[in-house]
Design a binder for this molecule. Structure first.
Ligand code: PGA
Length: 248
């Protein structure tokens, strides 16, 4: 089963619209690789200028969040239809920063996953353990719980559209990357969990990314692992390194 690699940048709360356009100009010549699905997940206000800037390239655009309702009195939120109409096709769901700072729990994230799928957006569903959980030896149990809750009620056919990002919280923005063996162990456990929920064929079709201080020097080693199909890149997605990761 060959899964197309997917390298996604998570710009987080960085880049104004004009800075976003300039960053696209820098990155576009560096990320041309037809074997890889390349995605820029950007702040909501940058979606329109980034979609415009990457027109005619292999780059897809994603949002970093969405709300579970279609429209209405939800001040400050953005809907799946808005994201799609702006020209984006992906959406990050359940990043650990959303879980921690904005108290998004698995029940709510499950609704977001379903809304994204219903509307035709590709969810990039994040999961990951804290350092405390890793030290206690409960990493795999915790990740399995997240995956099962976040995909609750999602059919096998729909689950194949989801991209899962394994991002150990202790590795995000810290410069402390999981070793390729640590990352592979959890990504393999995620695939086993998907095979349990669905079946092996479905599990083999779902792409699993690693994220957490992935950079130009460690990407090739992480991406050489059989269950790691790509990366979700924070800090390094804002510089030329992103091109090196895409081509790693
Ligand atoms: P990082 O962030 O690459 O800066 O560690 C990854 C992420 O949070 O998606």
């Amino acid at each position: 089963m060959s899964r197309k690699r997917i390298i996604a940048g998570n710009w987080k709360m960085n880049k104004t619209p004009s800075e976003a356009k300039a960053l696209c100009e820098t990155l576009i010549p560096l990320v041309g690789n037809d074997d890889v699905e390349v995605v820029f997940c950007v702040p909501a206000i940058d979606i329109v200028p980034v979609v415009e800037a990457v027109k005619g390239t292999n780059i897809g655009v994603g949002a970093e969040n969405l709300y579970i309702e279609d429209s209405g009195a939800y001040t400050g939120e953005i809907s799946a239809d808005m994201i799609l109409d702006a020209g984006a096709k992906y959406v990050i769901i359940g990043h650990s920063e959303r879980r921690e700072y904005f108290k998004e729990d698995d029940e709510f994230l499950n609704k977001k996953v379903k809304k994204a799928i219903e509307k035709g957006l590709v969810p990039i569903l994040c999961c990951g353990e804290s350092l405390e959980q890793r030290e206690k030896g409960v990493t795999i149990d915790w990740i399995r719980l997240q995956i099962k809750s976040d995909l609750d009620g999602v059919s096998a056919a729909d689950a194949k559209k989801v991209v899962i990002a394994y991002e150990p919280i202790w590795a995000i923005g810290t410069g402390k990357t999981a070793t390729s063996d640590q990352a592979e162990e959890v990504c393999a456990a995620i695939r086993a969990c998907l095979a349990e929920i669905y079946d092996q064929e479905t599990a083999d079709a779902i792409r699993i990314q690693y994220g957490g201080s992935m950079n130009a020097s460690n990407a090739a080693e992480l991406l050489s692992k059989p269950n790691i199909d790509g990366g979700l890149i924070g800090g390094a997605s804002l510089k030329a390194d992103f091109g090196q990761i895409v081509n790693a």
